[in-house]
Design a protein around this ligand. Structure first.
Ligand SMILES: CC(C)(COP(=O)(O)OP(=O)(O)OC[C@H]1O[C@@H](n2cnc3c(N)ncnc32)[C@H](O)[C@@H]1OP(=O)(O)O)[C@@H](O)C(=O)NCCC(=O)NCCS
Length: 169
């Protein structure tokens, strides 16, 4: 991992004006190469932003250097699903992604309602070996393999992290 602080000062809910930056970051990644086109990602992300599911990571200067989508009841209607984590190309490998996961997990743990045990789920493509390693290093375990999930020949790993009991439970 490279040294150097990416100077994140804030994680804030994305606003409509952030859509373009998020799409650009995503398209310049394996997600843009293998899963989405601008035409498919724009409406999906735009809707997610309106639903307050997207959080952006910003530097002091206001530059958006990463983002993620968190759907708090995205798995089995009660567990959290982290979708679409992406860090701006020139900031990868500097710890931003790790801070992003920590921010998402903090939000999941803040939930006071059912279920008592908080779990965080996500999917990673078999071809995205570095991302899988990043999730494993952050405590995620592969629990299932899903063949032909998004397309014929696409294999995805379902990963989960047990976050324990949420606050005040
Ligand atoms: C995966 C990703 C979110 C990690 O964020 P990050 O800020 O680079 O991660 P950190 O600096 O906290 O951790 C470094 C680890 O991230 C992973 N990583 C770094 N660059 C990566 C890249 N271009 N693609 C995939 N994983 C990468 C590696 O496991 C790396 O550890 P290593 O250097 O020992 O191999 C980021 O690299 C990224 O946006 N990649 C492209 C999009 C993507 O693959 N998203 C995940 C989809 S499931």
């Amino acid at each position: 991992m490279k040294t150097g602080n990416a100077e994140i000062v804030s994680f804030t809910l994305a606003k409509s004006k952030d859509l373009g930056d998020c799409v650009d970051i995503l398209m310049d990644s394996i997600l843009g190469e293998e899963y989405f086109s601008r035409e498919t990602i724009e409406p999906l992300l735009s809707k997610a932003i309106k639903q307050h599911e997207v959080t952006v990571a910003k530097k002091n200067s206001g530059e958006i250097i990463g983002f993620y989508r968190l759907v708090l009841n995205g798995v089995f209607l009660v567990f959290a699903y982290i979708h679409l984590i992406a860090v701006k190309t020139e900031y990868r490998g500097r710890g931003v992604g790790t801070k992003i996961l920590q921010d998402a997990e903090r939000k999941i743990l803040e939930q006071k309602d059912y279920p008592k045990i908080k779990k965080s789920f996500l999917l990673v493509g078999k071809i995205n070996r570095r991302a899988k390693r990043y999730y494993e290093r952050n405590g995620y375990k592969k629990v299932s393999t899903l063949d032909d999930l998004f397309d014929k020949g696409d294999t995805e790993f379902l990963m989960v992290k047990d976050l324990g009991r949420g606050v005040s439970q």
